[in-house]
Every structure is written in C-alpha cells, then in structure tokens.
Design a protein around this ligand. Structure first.
Ligand SMILES: C[S@@+](CC[C@H](N)C(=O)[O-])C[C@H]1O[C@@H](n2cnc3c(N)ncnc32)[C@H](O)[C@@H]1O
Length: 402
C-alpha cells in the first residue's frame, strides 16, 4: 500500500471502505492474528456489478504462513455464495511474487498483463490480471474435496454425519414394502412442511452445538454450488426445481428475474411454504403441484433442472421413471443438478428405512439412500456422466449434461 503512508491516509482508506460497505459496492475486512492486525482484504464491485476486484495487503511479519491464502479463499467463497459474484479478479504487480502466488495457489487463471499500469516510487510496473469464475471455483473445490481422502481444509475435522432429528430410528436396511412406504412418505412430507425449514436452520431438536457450525458452513457451500449452476446458464434460461419443497433452491434459481424458474412438488403444504418464501423475497416463480414421475410439462420445456433431496427417497423402480421424465422435459444438452445427503461413517447401509418423528409426535417411515460422490455418480449413470462434489460431512451433489 504505497499510497497509505500516514495515519491520515489510513483514516481516509477506512472512510472510503465504510462508504463502500454502506452502499454495497465493496467490503473491506481486517485479518487478525490473535489480537493483532496482520493485514487487510476486501473487494470492490466493478462493471458489471457481478464482477468484483479483490485486493489484499499483509504486514511484514505475517508473510509466509499461508494467512493470506486462507483469508482470500474464505473471501472468494463468500463473494460467490453471498454477494452474487460471477467473476472475481485479482490484480498484482508483476514483480510482487507473493501476491501473485496467492492467486495462483487458489487456482485463479492468469488472463493477461496490463503494461505499465501503476506508477510506484521506482517507476512504472506491469499488472498481472488473474480471474476466477463462480462455476470454476465450485468445480475446482468440489472436485478437490470429492476426490481427495483428506477433509476439506475449510471444515475443521470430520463430524458425525447423523443429522440430529432425522433418522431417529433405523428400522431396516432393505426396502420391503415400497408402495406402502411411498404412501407414508407422501403423508410425511405433507405434514412436515411447516417444520421442514427447522432442519435447514438447525432449530429445535435439529440443533446440535457440536455440528451446527460445520452444517452452516457446508450449507453455504451448497448454496454457492446452486448459485454457480444458475449463473452459468444463459440469460432467460428456464429452470425446473423438481420436488421443490419449501422453495429454498427455487428461490436461488428465481433470482435474478430474467431467469424463468418453476418449482414442482406433490405436497400442497410444501408448495404453500414455497409460495410464502418466493413472495417474501419479492421473486417470481411458477409453483406447480404435480408428480416428479409424471411431470405436467411438455417435452423440452426447460433448459435445466435441479432436484434437491428427492432422488435419495425414490425406490429403485421409480428412479428410471424419474430419469425418463427429466430427459423428456429438459432439452438435449441441458443440465441437471442433483443435491443429496452425504453418506458418512455412521451409516451402515446404502438404503435405510428410517422412522422420522414430527413435532406432533407422529412417526413416519421414510426411505433414504445415502450417497457418496462415487455412489451418486454411479446411480445417475443412466442419465449420463456426472461431475460430482461433496462437503466434508453433510452434502453431495452431481451435475449431468443431457
Ligand atoms: C426432502 S424434501 C426436499 C425439498 C427441497 N427440494 C429441498 O431441497 O429443500 C423432498 C420433497 O420432494 C417432494 N417429493 C417427493 N416425491 C415426489 C414426487 N414423486 N413428485 C413430486 N414431489 C415429490 C416432497 O413432497 C418434498 O417436498
């Protein structure tokens, strides 16, 4: 920071940073080592506003410990997940090897060199421009965690994957009575609708102080995956959320408005919750009651589809109907993103018939397949080759191009 040499310069930097944060055009954060200020990292929006410039600075005694790489990784994940960024850029003076190494370590692509872009006390210096797209960030990180045996470095430790409040009892590992269980599951989702989001928000009996921090971290990552999926579609593309439940993912697909999003569910209580969410957020989406195995849409109606935590509940027989319907309503070359719960060390079999409890004390049998990334890839193979990713404990996803 050659332009910030006096306390007055620092005060003016802080004032400008506060002003940007007030109007949402930027965010600047302190990097602290214990109680000591070690550096600064932040972003500014450029044109178009979904493009961001990230800048950082680290004090002399704090270099060489990976602090900036860690801070930058967290900020980039944040801007893709929470600041609706599409492209992030880092500019570094060509001779600033440490600064360039941060971008390179995180997988940014060197997109060009701006000749003599900045005047420093020693003269003009070139700037290296590094870029990262939201979809590349997700893919890079998803693939790394999906195919490495080491836990994701951003999530401390590996936790028990049993989601408290779910799977209160595991009755059997094989599906005996598919039709009866399907009926029970339909009743369960209808009755569960008003409390469904407690599961996402870790409220009530779903709360677990030991795992909640990791849960929210991983859920933010899943949001980033869905947002990147949506952002990678051409403007105006129509997207269907199959088994949309309370509309968490429909809402992500519905924004910004040029996207035509539709949510389908067979539970009217779930659709009522989804309707409330979409209205609260001031979004627009078509919400339709229907069966994922017999979709009420014409052929090739959608450019893409997403389905969250639905495939894992289907019987083996129903999977092929689900695939056939996706193939019919999504155009050839269109994309399908499937989100599921991740199989962990605590799960003893691939398919469980769980006994799930609702607030009113009723129990329902629910079939759930627990997937690893490789297992999901294999299960989706009739649909097409999949690119998969997973978080350390809770979620797994796969994208297929039809
Ligand atoms: C576990 S919830 C997931 C909701 C939402 N996709 C999410 O990720 O939060 C499963 C949803 O799929 C719906 N569902 C299950 N089978 C279905 C089917 N055959 N047709 C339509 N919806 C179905 C249920 O009603 C329920 O809302």
């Amino acid at each position: 920071m050659d332009t910030t040499a006096t306390p007055r310069d620092t005060a003016s930097f802080v004032g400008a940073a506060e002003a940007q944060s007030d109007v949402g055009t930027g965010l600047h954060l302190a990097i602290r080592d214990g109680g000591t200020l070690a550096g600064v990292i932040g972003y500014r929006r450029s044109e178009p506003p979904a493009n961001l410039d990230i800048g950082y600075w680290l004090g002399d005694g704090f270099e060489g410990r990976g602090l900036m790489t860690m801070a930058c990784r967290a900020l980039v994940t944040h801007v893709f997940a929470a600041a609706a960024a599409h492209r992030v850029q880092i500019r570094a003076a060509a001779g600033n090897v440490r600064s360039r190494a941060v971008a390179e370590r995180l997988g940014f692509r060197l997109e060009g060199v701006l000749r003599e872009a900045e005047h420093l006390p020693d003269g003009w210096v070139d700037h290296c421009v590094y870029g990262m797209l939201a979809r590349d960030w997700v893919q890079l990180r998803g693939l790394r965690s999906g195919f490495s045996s080491s836990p994701d470095p951003e999530v401390p430790g590996r936790l028990c994957t049993h989601q408290p409040g779910h799977a209160q009892g595991r009755i059997a590992s094989a599906c005996a009575d598919d039709a009866a269980i399907d009926g029970e599951m339909a009743a369960y989702f209808e009755a569960q609708a008003p409390e469904y989001d407690d599961w996402y928000e870790r409220r009530g009996r779903y709360a677990n102080p030991q795992t909640d921090a990791a849960w929210f971290d991983e859920l933010a990552r899943l949001h980033a995956v869905v947002r990147a999926f949506r952002l990678s579609l051409p403007g105006g593309a129509s997207v269907l959320d199959v088994g949309c439940g309370t509309g968490r993912w429909t809402a992500v697909l519905a924004e910004p408005t040029p996207f035509a999003a539709a949510g389908l569910d067979r539970s009217s209580a779930m659709l009522a919750e989804a309707q409330g969410r979409i209205a609260r957020l001031g979004l627009r989406a078509l919400l339709v009651r229907g069966d994922a195995l017999d979709l009420p849409f014409p052929a090739a109606a959608f450019a893409a589809a997403l389905s969250g935590f639905v495939f894992e509940h289907l019987s083996a027989d129903h999977r092929s109907r689900f695939f056939a319907e996706l193939r019919r309503v999504v155009r050839p070359g269109g994309r399908v993103l499937i989100l599921e719960g991740r199989r962990g060390a605590g799960h003893t079999s691939d398919v469980e018939i769980q006994s799930r409890l609702l607030r009113d004390g009723r129990h329902f049998r629910v079939r759930q397949t627990l997937f690893t990334a490789a297992g999901l890839c294999q299960a989706l193979s009739p649909l097409g080759p999949a690119t998969t990713g997973e978080t350390a404990n809770f979620f797994v996803w796969a994208e297929v191009i039809l």
